[in-house]
Design a protein around this ligand. Structure first.
Ligand SMILES: *[C@@H]1O[C@H](CO)[C@@H](O)[C@H](O)[C@H]1NC(C)=O
Ligand SMILES: *[C@@H]1O[C@H](CO)[C@@H](O)[C@H](O)[C@H]1NC(C)=O
Ligand SMILES: *[C@@H]1O[C@H](CO)[C@@H](O)[C@H](O)[C@H]1NC(C)=O
Ligand SMILES: *[C@@H]1O[C@H](CO)[C@@H](O)[C@H](O)[C@H]1NC(C)=O
Ligand SMILES: *[C@@H]1O[C@H](CO)[C@@H](O)[C@H](O)[C@H]1NC(C)=O
Length: 323
């Protein structure tokens, strides 16, 4: 789930330089993006202040109109019907047209109702399966160079929040068991990503965990936190699915509450399809969709997103290659 925040870190650190650069030279967004790729970005102490000003002045809204979104959902549903048998035959009970609705809804749950949470994990797993191979409308930014491929797409909520949908595929030199231990080690995850403020486990059994994750303030962006269930399911000994979905709960309190005002962000659906393809080699296919409650223009963020994911994957790889 770290993938949601890492592109923002990159972006907030660096994007003002991009805005300014692009504005001086040219005001066409296409051209801005080309410059973004070429320019050596320099960090500056004033960036965060300037960025604040910049964001106040601008009204960042995308050209995506609601109608267009409806059409796409229609198309997507059509494709889902065609693609749903790829991994396993799904039970007839799934109503394909409700896939988007499921993803976009964050259920309010009773944290003691573990059966319900398992059921939610189960449903998330099935929804994840239906969208796993749906690449329609995605832009591919990298293709298998260094065993890494990356695709991205955006949608906008009615509140004008920009939502990234990212897909990426990569390999790690390890086994499923070692991978699980590594991911379960929340202290280790904090060490790898220093912007994590708290990573707490509030419940765990063999199938689900209830986790709370909070990020520190990043420049002008207030701390963001997530409450989500994390569901694992083995298909066979060489195939594992890991799914995360945000939940809301009235009675929930973090073990270490934040002293600063914190914005609750939502992991709409995030999952890893993990396969042991060789004795010491995993192939991981990730889908991640989250609402960070930010209104930043997608065109500015896509290369940043990809690069930050790559950086994180490099940390994972280094960890396993050192063992
Ligand atoms: C922006 O730059 C592009 C590429 O050089 C050029 O084709 C376009 O006319 C410029 N647009 C404006 C508004 O200056
Ligand atoms: C660029 O800015 C000029 C002046 O503000 C404006 O007339 C023009 O339409 C803009 N072009 C684009 C491509 O946004
Ligand atoms: C998960 O869903 C499948 C298919 O609907 C069902 O057979 C199974 O019992 C469910 N498992 C749990 C733990 O709810
Ligand atoms: C896996 O290990 C091999 C051999 O040590 C190395 O060449 C390769 O770069 C590693 N791949 C990854 C993804 O870490
Ligand atoms: C939960 O699942 C996600 C996949 O969405 C995975 O990336 C993450 O590492 C898992 N573990 C925890 C502790 O959240």
């Amino acid at each position: 789930m770290n993938q949601c925040i890492i592109w923002i870190k990159f972006l907030l650190n660096k994007c003002l330089t991009i805005f300014q650069y692009a504005k001086i030279r040219n005001n066409s967004t296409h051209y801005q993006m080309q410059e973004f790729n070429q320019v050596e970005l320099n960090l500056d102490k004033d960036i965060d202040n300037n960025l604040k000003e910049e964001l106040k002045k601008e009204n960042y809204e995308t050209e995506l109109v609601a109608n267009d979104l409806d059409n796409r959902i229609e198309q997507q549903n059509q494709q889902l019907i065609e693609k749903q048998e790829i991994i396993e035959v799904l039970p007839q009970t799934i109503d394909i047209s409700s896939v988007r609705q499921f993803i976009e809804t964050t259920p309010n749950v009773d944290l003691n109702n573990i059966e319900f949470l398992i059921e939610l994990g189960n449903q998330s797993f099935q929804i994840y399966n239906t969208i796993l191979y749906d690449y329609e409308g995605y832009e591919q930014l990298e293709d298998n160079q260094d065993e890494f491929s990356f695709w991205i797409k955006y949608i906008e909520t009615p509140e004008k929040f920009q939502i990234h949908q990212m897909r990426y595929k990569y390999t790690l030199n390890t086994t499923i068991q070692k991978y699980i231990e590594f991911m379960k080690d929340l202290e280790m995850q904090k060490k790898l990503d220093t912007s994590i403020d708290q990573f707490e486990q509030h419940y765990s059994n063999s199938q689900i965990r209830i986790n709370y994750l909070r990020y520190k303030k990043i420049l002008f962006m207030d701390p963001r936190d997530f409450l989500f269930i994390n569901y694992s399911k083995f298909i066979d000994e060489n195939t594992l699915f890991e799914i995360s979905k945000s939940i809301e709960s009235d009675e929930f309190q973090p073990f270490n509450p934040s002293t600063k005002s914190t914005t609750r962000a939502y992991l709409l659906l995030s999952g890893n399809y993990i396969r042991q393809i060789e004795d010491n080699k995993l192939e991981i296919l990730t889908y991640s969709e989250c609402n960070m409650k930010l209104k930043l223009k997608p065109i500015m963020t896509k290369t940043a997103s990809k690069n930050e994911i790559k950086k994180l994957i490099k940390k994972y790889r280094d960890h396993f290659n050192q063992q």
